[in-house]
Structure formats: C-alpha cells, structure tokens
Design a protein around this ligand. Structure first.
Ligand code: NAI
Ligand code: MG
Length: 352
C-alpha cells in the first residue's frame, strides 16, 4: 500500500533526525516491499518565519489535510521566542486537526542504561490530553509594565474533552497485558477542572470493568515513577502534567533522544502527527550527534497507525538490535554519530 506523508523537519536537530528517519523508512520500504511512502517536504521552520512572517502559510493546513500522516521534527530557535514558535507551528497542527490524544510510550531499550537501578521495570505509556487544559490558549495580560500588571493562564477543561481522553486511555490500557490505568491529577489543590477530571474518569471506568485503575496526585506520581516503576502501566494526565511526566519518563528510560510520540486524531477525520518528543536541541545542532532513535521509534508508531503493523515490528526489532549492539550517541554515553546509528538500523533492517 502507498501512504502519503507530509514531512515537516522544522528547526535544529529536527532536520537531522527526520533525514535519518526517512532513510530508515526508505530502507524498510524497499527491503520488505510491503508498503510505499510518497513524501512531500514542507519548509516551515523558524528561518521560514523570519523570512515570511508566519510558520504556516495561508492554506497550509488545508494542504496538510490531504496527507495520511505528518512526520514532524522539532520547532524552536534562539532567534524566535519559544511561545511564538510553538504556537506558530506545532500547536496549530495539533489543535487544527483535533489531535487530542498524545501517546508517549517509555521503555528501556536493550543495551541502554536507565539512571534507575530497577529501570528495566519501566514499561509505560503516558497519555497526554493534547487539545485543551493548561494549553488551551486562554488568558491574557493587562496593565503592561505597571505594578498592577496581571498575567493569567486559564486551564480549560470540557466534559467532552475530558471524557474522550479517558475513553481513549481505557481503550489503550485494555489492549495491554496488564490492563492497568493510573489517573493523574491535582484535584486536592485545584478544585474545578481537576475534580471534573476525576469524576469523569470514574464514570468512564464503569464501561471498562476489565481495566484496573488507581489514582495519584501529579507530585506523588513523580516519586512513584522513580521509586516504584513496576507499579505503573498506562497513565492519563492533562496537557501540562503529562508534558512534564513524559519528559521524566524519557530521561528514566535512558535519554530524551529515544522517546517517541504520536499526536492522534483517533476518529481519523484528520491526519495524525508523529514526532520525537525532544526539541531542536541548540547545544548539539549541526554536530551530527543527535540520537535518531526517538525518530525511528516515532516512525514505527506512524507505520502502526497506517496499518503497517508488520513493517512497524520489523523496524522496532531493528532499532533494538542497534541499541543492543552498543552503537550509542553521546546522550547514551557513546561516541557514535547520527549517521552510525542510522547505518546500524538500516543494516539490521536489511538483515531481517
Ligand atoms: P530539547 O529537547 O531540545 O533539549 C534538551 C536536552 O536534551 C539538550 O541537552 C539536548 O541536547 C538533549 N537532546 C534532545 N534531543 C536529543 C537527541 N535526539 N539526541 C541527543 N540529545 C538530545 O529541549 P530544550 O533545550 O528545552 O528546547 C530547545 C528548543 O526546542 C526550544 O526552542 C524549545 O521550545 C523547543 N522544543 C520543541 C519541541 C517540539 O518541537 N515538540 C519540544 C521541546 C522543546
Ligand atoms: Mg515537553
């Protein structure tokens, strides 16, 4: 089958890791012969913004809508404030295409060292509400520069938005061997939106008697992730909370350079977007040492979404063979370069 992929490398190492990801996908397509990718590159980045005054040109989203999936690198530049770049490129796509379910698996791959002694116990999926909450864009500033200046950042939670992410989380948890879902909120200190989250969670839970549940406050969840990793299977949390917890999950599984994510529109009305969770990494941009593993794993998630389960499994096995063989970039304590890891994964694909 042929799939149409929109490629948005963006900024910094985003361009480096996406090039690596496409190389692995090409190797996989030609070796397995089971699928074909037709790609189109979109140059939307911070350089593009500085030249044109916008990240996404007029009609850009309508163009993207015609694709089966979006393969995204990262956005963020030292020349543009982060809130401008994030709201200029990534959020309009996530929100415009109602990609409300952000899925972030975390696992310690073979040959990778977790900072935890019991890191091997990590086998989690963090589910992040991706359309509202703290990143709804509500709020404002008034009285700029005056002593009475106010800035508000309003978290917006709708029953529809909360219910659909919980339902998504239960569906996903149900498909995993342990069938366990942890609700993460902060409903002791935050009395409205977070209490709504809790209530709707336990209403939805009634439809999933086969899924075991428990709940944790977000601060306590950070310690549980570090101290009792085996007690966690799937967790569901708000946009902000899961943003933070998933970076922690990535670090505990060895590196931010490994962690993948899918921004899903589960109803498939719109294309979903796949990206490594890391950003554009100014400190290593252009050095050729970015870890492409997160992007490979992201590519595997994209294939799975496109119905190419067997190719996704082959890619995942190749990634694990490469990490196990010790071809590691500096973030994992090694000396390998992006190109070496890419080569190792492509070789492993061809040896399948
Ligand atoms: P970052 O993820 O870019 O980097 C954090 C640290 O992790 C850095 O030391 C970096 O070198 C390292 N790192 C990240 N990915 C790596 C990889 N693949 N291989 C090896 N090391 C890796 O986060 P930071 O520094 O907070 O943000 C930099 C820029 O990226 C900012 O402009 C920020 O807004 C943006 N950003 C964009 C995201 C996105 O596009 N989804 C996500 C996070 C940040
Ligand atoms: Mg983040």
């Amino acid at each position: 089958r042929t799939h149409k992929i929109a490629v948005i490398p963006g900024d910094g190492i985003g361009t480096e890791v996406l090039a690596a990801g496409l190389e692995a996908l090409e190797a996989l397509a030609s070796h397995t012969g089971s699928f074909k990718l037709v790609t189109e590159h979109f140059p939307w980045s911070s350089d593009y913004y500085l030249k044109h005054g916008h990240y996404i040109p007029e009609g850009g989203l309508a163009k993207l809508k015609t694709f089966d999936a979006i393969f995204f690198g990262a956005v963020g530049s030292q020349q543009v404030p982060d809130h401008v770049s994030l709201w200029g490129l990534r959020l309009p796509i996530c929100q415009g295409f109602d990609q409300y379910a952000n899925v972030r698996p975390a696992r310690v791959l073979p040959g990778v060292k977790s900072p935890l002694v019991n890191g091997k116990e990590i086998d989690w999926v963090v589910i992040r509400e991706n359309s509202e909450g703290e990143y709804a864009g509500m709020g404002g500033r008034s009285h700029r520069g005056l002593p009475i200046e106010v800035g508000t950042e309003v978290a917006v939670f709708t029953r529809t938005g909360v219910e659909r992410i919980h339902r998504f989380a239960f569906e996903l948890a149900r498909k995993r061997p342990r069938k366990h879902l942890t609700l993460v909120t902060k409903s002791n200190a935050q009395r409205f939106g977070m209490v709504l989250w809790d209530e709707v969670f336990f209403e939805v839970a009634k439809d999933y008697p086969d899924v075991k549940t428990d709940r944790e406050l977000v601060d306590a969840m950070t310690t549980r992730m570090v101290l009792k990793p085996a007690s966690i299977d799937v967790m569901v949390a708000t946009n902000l909370h899961a943003d933070i917890l998933s970076d922690l999950a990535a670090a505990l599984s060895g590196s931010l350079g490994i962690a993948p994510t899918a921004n899903l529109n589960p109803e498939r009305t719109f294309p979903s977007m796949f990206e490594p969770i890391h950003g554009s990494a100014f400190d290593i941009t252009g050095k050729g040492i970015a870890n492409p593993t997160a992007t490979f794993w992201t590519a595997a998630m994209m294939l799975e979404h496109l119905g190419e389960e067997s190719a996704a499994k082959t890619l995942m096995a190749a990634i694990e063979k490469a990490t196990a063989s010790g071809v590691h970039t500096p973030d994992l304590g090694g000396k390998a370069r992006t190109a070496d890891v890419t080569q190792a994964v492509c070789d492993a694909i061809r040896a399948t």
